[in-house]
Design a protein around this ligand. Structure first.
Ligand code: ATP
Ligand code: MG
Length: 555
């Protein structure tokens, strides 16, 4: 996937130009989440983009919580967000900030605007403000409070701070242009009264700044050069620039918008995930079926795989949606050579080798990864009684079936050739035991006489096999029906999103601890769950199956 002529994205082009023209002499970016939920794969894109640019240009990257709205913010989310960003490898060094630490400076900034005649206290109700705002085709109407004197505005704004007014009774508005074609410029509210306790500042404040006013101030205070956000803020940029200009910051930051990352048929909205968590449909914010960063980590995704994915997605100004299969491709690519390939039988039936000595156990050599010798090898037990996958035996197979059926010979991976001699089945036809004989001369999986077999199947020795719980996943939503219910907007859930099995695994797998991942040959990549274990045995979550029709998009 090495691409020698990697072309720069449009943000790099803007930065190059800024540096060449001396607009800035350094690059300083930030990631500014609101601590009101867990981060998801879309945020990972923003984090890696901002951090990546800072590194590429030898600049700095700040971590900043945009916690100016006390309603939904919680310390639990602050902690989870920091853990996720650390895990992704984005390093903010000693620059961890909270926008709420700037409340005093924001207040001073508002006072400055009032003194310049650029802000006023308005008594209209929220509904009246909406009515006065006009529409896309009609200009707005000026508030009757628009021309209050500077002195009166200063006094009223101070009284707002002192708690003299109820929520909604008064707001501070920027005095810009009620006839602007851009609705955001029609005297936007920049401060509101809200008698609420804030997770960081407690009850110090009962007025809080609005996002569009606060964000440029946060960026300017921290010396951010390129303030990267998503496309929905494009129409807010004139207001961002207005705030920075009117407050006369010496090194004004620049807002740049890029398109959000969307995954086709995947639920990313905080609102929906929150509901799935609250309704107990998933096992918390890190349920492996979700695409929160915590969920991807628990599922067994690696920071490297997410970085690869984000890089493949690229940075663009046009909204588009990426297939989840591309994310799966990235984790397969990342684990392929790094992790051991072990044997686990998910849907077991017994295989008895009738000519193998009863009571004998031998230990066979198995390479840990056929494609990467550096991972070494291990010994695996072998005896007369094994487990194989139910689907690896058929009584009357279709043409082209390469596995076991009466009369055929197959290879037991890393072991011997065996020939099927018969089977035992229940009255309803369910096969219980498959019988075979082995050829001792084929130890290691090759016949000295050069004869070939069509199939190789995996197995686990019965007496030493571990019993482990295995979880297989499908999309949490029903792709056929569409993600959202047309009637009420709720999610169309897939009833089969989780399948739990009891598998037989090689003894070595019983030592697996949380985040340990493996390829289970022929069955996919699996990761030991961080929380759950059953009777001392690990629970394995399937990260991804091995097969895919996914092809890399042409660059
Ligand atoms: P959501 O819409 O999922 O609730 P949000 O935008 O409200 O997310 P914030 O905490 O405000 O979440 O986002 C922090 C940063 O992450 C912002 O700069 C935002 O633009 C960026 N971001 C959020 N979602 C995506 C996405 N899907 N793709 C890329 N960047 C994103
Ligand atoms: Mg947001």
């Amino acid at each position: 996937m090495e691409n020698e002529t990697v072309s720069k994205n449009f943000i790099e082009n803007i930065i190059d130009k800024d540096l060449a023209e001396g607009v800035y002499d350094t690059v300083h970016t930030r990631f500014p989440p609101e601590p009101n939920g867990y981060l998801h794969i879309g945020h990972a894109k923003s984090i890696l983009l901002n951090y990546g640019l800072a590194k590429e240009y030898n600049g700095k990257f700040n971590m900043r919580f945009d916690d100016t709205n006390p309603t939904k913010e919680k310390t639990e989310f602050v902690d989870s967000i920091l853990e996720d960003i650390r895990w992704l490898g984005a390093d903010w060094e000693d620059r961890l900030f909270f926008a709420s630490d700037y409340f005093e400076q924001m207040y001073e900034a508002a006072v400055k605007l009032i003194k310049k005649g650029k802000a006023y206290v308005c008594d209209l109700t929220a509904e009246e403000i909406r009515q006065y705002r006009g529409t896309l085709t009609e200009p707005g109407k000026e508030s009757p409070f628009r021309n209050r004197s500077v002195e009166e505005n200063l006094r009223l704004f101070e009284e707002m701070r002192e708690g003299k007014y109820q929520d909604g009774e008064k707001v501070l508005r920027a005095k810009i242009d009620m006839a602007s074609p851009n609705m955001n410029m029609r005297d936007p509210v920049i401060y509101r009264v809200a008698h609420m306790t804030h997770h960081n500042t407690g009850d110090t404040w009962c007025i809080y700044p609005m996002y569009d006013f606060a964000h440029p101030i946060e960026d300017a205070i921290e010396g951010i050069t390129h303030s990267i956000c998503t496309l929905e803020f494009e129409d807010h940029r004139p207001l961002y620039d207005w705030v920075v200009r009117e407050l006369e910051y010496p090194h004004p930051p620049k807002q740049i918008e890029f398109a959000k990352l969307y995954l086709t048929n995947v639920v990313t909205g905080k609102r929906y995930i929150k509901k799935l968590v609250e309704d107990g449909i998933v096992d918390g914010w890190d349920d492996p079926r979700l695409v929160s960063i915590a969920a991807l980590r628990r599922r067994g995704f690696t920071p490297e795989s997410i970085k690869m994915f984000v890089d493949l997605c690229g940075v663009s100004k046009a909204n588009s949606s990426v297939d989840y299969a591309m994310l799966e491709y990235c984790i397969r690519e990342d684990l392929k050579l790094k992790r051991p390939r072990m044997m686990a039988v998910l849907d077991p039936i017994k295989l008895v080798i009738d000519n193998y000595p009863e009571g004998q156990i031998e230990y066979l050599d198995a390479p840990n990864n056929m494609e990467n010798e550096a991972l070494g090898s291990r010994k695996i037990p072998f005896s007369r009684t094994l487990y194989i996958e139910r689907e690896d035996f058929m009584i009357e197979p279709p043409k082209k079936y390469k596995r076991l059926f009466p009369g055929t010979e197959v290879r037991l991976m890393n072991a011997y050739f065996v020939t099927c001699t018969g089977f035992e089945a229940d009255e309803d036809g369910t096969v219980r035991v498959v019988h075979c004989t082995y050829d001792p001369a084929t130890k290691g999986g090759n016949a000295p006489d050069g004869r070939k077999v069509k199939g190789t199947i995996h197995w686990v020795e019965a007496s030493q096999a571990g019993r482990a719980t295995v979880r297989l996943y499908e999309n949490i939503v029903d792709e056929e029906k569409g993600v959202y219910n047309k009637e009420d907007g709720s999610l169309n859930l897939n009833p089969n999103s989780l399948t739990t099995l009891t598998a037989y695994v090689e003894p070595a797998l019983m030592e697996a601890k949380g985040y340990d991942s493996y390829q289970f040959v022929r069955n996919g990549y699996f990761c030991a769950d961080i929380r759950d274990s059953k009777e001392g045995a690990p629970v394995f979550n399937r990260i991804v199956s091995l097969k895919s029709s996914f092809r890399l998009p042409k660059a």
